[in-house]
Design a protein around this ligand. Structure first.
Ligand SMILES: Nc1ncnc2c1ncn2[C@@H]1O[C@H](COP(=O)(O)OP(=O)(O)OP(=O)(O)O)[C@@H](O)[C@H]1O
Ligand SMILES: [Mg+2]
Length: 280
């Protein structure tokens, strides 16, 4: 997988140039000659969008969602190659995958979102992203939506699946945010029978289900969630994650009876096309 940072910089530069040209547009000359306007009622205040002034969030979705903002980019094309490689592994082209990694910050969530977006380009298929990172779930914030109700509420039994599914700008892509949970209750929530029922329902309702998870080598959550998905896409940050950490992550998956179906290399300095390897 190529470099999201480069793509982001390009996108932000384009947005900044666009904003600057909008700011410098001269006021229409006719405006000066207008008669006194009749008083108008105060406009109804619009609800303020969260993160409105954040330098990172532009046009709603985070610029890190390269497959959304730069559909024609090389990186978006790499996500499509990942899509093709995955689909080729399933006769009916349907799958439910854990997206995980050995350590923090390797690119799991962005892989999940960008992959889901290119999957949603195939309008005949329905995709669901489930933020199963009850500790640091940020899928909703990358989409600039509310982080709840979500998975935590489903597991507690205080919400139903229909209450937590969030639509996206893709008609065939929905998101289940993580919701809010105290660190102390996460183990108990993930241990509940409801988890299998929820994932089972999502499998029936959607063609592709992507479960974003915390890192394997840090907490047991991904392995626990793995009992529902049985298969995993393992994200590896190039030039940073040690081989031993990846080995340990694969060993943990194996011990949880979860089959890795591929490795996705992120943070590549030189994007290479064949980044997905079948794990044997
Ligand atoms: N393919 C990529 N190329 C370059 N940078 C990337 C790539 N994917 C992700 N990143 C960078 O890595 C950072 C972490 O990405 P992301 O949040 O997806 O990781 P994560 O594995 O989900 O992290 P966590 O373990 O904290 O949940 C992002 O902010 C982004 O800048
Ligand atoms: Mg993440």
């Amino acid at each position: 997988m190529g470099n999201v940072s480069d793509a982001m910089k390009k996108h932000q530069a384009e947005q900044a140039a666009k904003a600057a040209s909008e700011r410098s547009e001269p006021a229409p000359a006719a405006a000066a000659a207008q008669p006194e306007p009749t008083p108008q009622p105060e406009p109804t205040p619009q609800p303020q969008r969260p993160h409105r002034h954040s330098p990172v969030i532009l046009n709603g979705y985070s610029p890190k969602l390269v497959a959304h903002h730069q559909r024609g980019s090389r990186l978006a094309e790499e996500y499509r190659e990942l899509r093709t490689s995955l689909l080729a592994q399933y006769k009916d082209e349907r799958f439910c995958l854990l997206v995980t990694s050995a350590d923090r910050g390797e690119g799991k969530t962005l892989t999940c979102l960008n992959l889901a977006i290119v999957l949603a380009e195939r309008r005949e298929f329905r995709t669901a992203i489930v933020d199963c990172d009850l500790r640091k779930g940020n899928v909703a914030s990358l989409l600039q939506s509310e982080n709840g109700p979500g998975m935590a509420d489903l597991l507690r039994g205080t919400a139903a699946l229909d209450d937590v599914l969030q639509p996206t700008s893709y008609p065939n892509l929905v998101v289940v945010p993580s919701g809010q949970a105290e660190t102390e209750e996460i183990g108990e929530l993930l241990g509940k029978q409801e988890l299998e029922e929820i994932v089972g329902q999502l499998r029936r309702d959607f063609d592709h289900v992507l479960l974003d998870t915390p890192p394997l080598n840090e907490v047991s959550d991904a392995r626990v969630i793995g009992r529902t998905a049985r298969e995993a896409l393992v994200v590896v940050r190039m030039y940073k994650t040690h081989r031993e950490s990846v080995d340990e992550a694969l060993r943990l998956l194996h011990s949880a009876n979860v089959k890795p179906v591929g490795l996705v290399l992120t943070h590549q300095r030189y994007p290479i096309p064949s980044y997905l390897y079948r794990y044997s």
